[in-house]
Design a protein around this ligand. Sequence first.
Ligand code: ADP
Ligand code: MG
Length: 701
Amino acid sequence: MHTPIKLTTNIADVTGVGPLHAESFRRLGIRCVADLIRHLPLRYEQELPEQSIAEASACIGRSGPEANISLRGEIATVRWIPARRRRVEASLEDPTGTVRLTWFNSPWLRDRLHPGLSVRVWGRAKWHGRLLQMVNPRWETLRAGEPHVPRPQRLRPIYPAGDEISSVRIEQALEIVRDAALGQLDDHLHQDYRRRRELPTLAEAYRMLHRPVDADEPPAGRRRLAFDELLLLQLGVMLKRRHRRNTLTAPALKHDEAIDAHITARFGFRLTGSQRAVIDEIAADLKATTPMNRLLQGDVGAGKTVVALYGMLMAVASGHQAALMAPTELLAEQHFASISGMLAGGRVSIELLTGSPTPAQRRGILTRLASGEIDILVGTHALLTANVRFASLAVTVIDEQHRFGVHQRAAMRTKGRDTDVVPHTLVMTATPIPRTLSLTVFGDLDISTIRELPPGRSPIQTRLLRQAQADEVYTEVQRRLAGGEQAYIVVPVIDESDLGLKDVNSHLDSLKRGLLHGLRLAALHGRLDRTRREEVMGLFRAGRIDALISTTVIEVGVDVPNASVMVIEHAERFGLAQLHQLRGRIGRATRRSLCLLLSDPATPEAQLRLEAITSTTDGFEIAERDLAIRGPGEVFGARQSGLAPFRVADLPRDLELLRLARRDAKAWIQDNPTLGGERDRLLRKRLLKAHGKSLGLGDVA
Ligand code: ADP
Ligand code: MG
């Protein structure tokens, strides 16, 4: 039976695939013809001119290195050798000679090859005694009696393949469906636009990738597909942005010199120029009824919290409420403590809501929140539970953005009573977002950056030492603690385990009995209950504990200026951003701070991280290095950002293309704000399919 090929045709119905191989195709994610078309080559190989076996034999020196050859002939024998190195051995003959073909680890070839089969084989060949041999050559069958006509050597695509399915088989399947399938592929970019941007049609782009006529074609085809991905995402982000600006409103807050003076009087210091500039940007946003959606980035210790507090106090000054959401209880408690400190003696009422209050306390807070008695609520994601209702929430601050997804941000927007009125949102992050990424994943956010650190900070010295030098390290720590400084000692795990890693309690014991004998040490980790945690932090802040032996719970937000020494055990276990965050806990005073990393050589990647952290303290540079080491998918992966990583586009490599896509998307939305009408119908459909869910465009469309 011969069914016409459609994009939706099941892969099993493609001639030559059949139900037998369909399963192997499916394992590669290929279920239908469209999937096959989207399965792109990894690279290309220049096809070699075909030679006779005699010609090839003469070309390859007897004791010389391997050479690439391409032959055609008939399979004469096939043997399965179940020996130590299991293999299939076949002999290939043409009228001029014989070569041996050997395939390791491909037992299924027993059933595919048989004497009399006409094949083309290509790959590396080498003399083995008196036999010319090819190991794991690629091959394809020829139709019986297909004449040998010399043809131009083409670039052959090499596809990501599986165990039981070769690149050649994928190529053959594509050969069968390609023209019919591409003929049905509609383009969502109209002709004028494509011409202007020198982009091939979608069908042409796929053709260039699957069947290039020269080496310039694959990059041109790839450019079109990468551009599509970037353009669709940018359009999605801008649709979303437009929707937010046009249909949602937020309370317009008051701001004048008196309010400004009143708020800044609360801070015990002069704002830096950078903080002032950022506050101006935020205040301008808050005065409007368009909901603010702003990212506040600044290095660790740059003073983001006061800037956020400024915005929250603007809400209070206008008779509204504000909320601050942190990713951990410890951090929420820290924020609560420092903000309460700054607001002490004033009339602003502030509360803390985390996962652990008693039901009665919780009820009390919720009641006073709903009646508007509480001005500022600080908490963890517990703030997201359905029954937390504000009387009039005007400003939401979310600390450490990368730990929350876009979905949580969206949830926080519906916290007011009236769902068309949403709070202004400020997202703070101390992991600066590499510029390259901020344009994509966070494209619906306006960005404010605090570049300078408050005055009086001294640079941190960072040293990398071997585990064997631990004694030296703790002798130095001992000396500094005896002189009145305080330290954080970070270990990777809470409990003893068989990983051979230092854990909080054993390490505390051994330091107590050993090099830090006589000093006041305490443990801190996420499983301590809140009372104990607050007690420990209180004592540490008051200088009554010399060193905390801790897990990464101190990573964010902990702010004790007298702490000027940090030891990180098994430093290779931590991510780059995490090391930078941890280190940011020290260097908060004028005293020269010291960060000692203990690590034995690990993976090359860990080595790169450790080199990066010892060579710079600039968070922006660290973010770029992190991106280079791990790639964007990892840094702001699909899980965290709610956006699927690109299939074709590659950042930062495609940065120029991204800029172009961004510019065009902007103009596009200006011209056709909802992407309505016939011309953009297909574009809109593909956009919603690609990003409708992750961007929450449901209410936009
Ligand atoms: P971030 O959240 O950006 O890491 P914080 O807002 O916690 O930084 O500020 C770090 C420390 O610096 C805090 O103790 C804060 O009170 C202090 N600080 C903030 N701004 C200034 C300033 N302009 N001058 C002096 N100290 C400041
Ligand atoms: Mg902070």
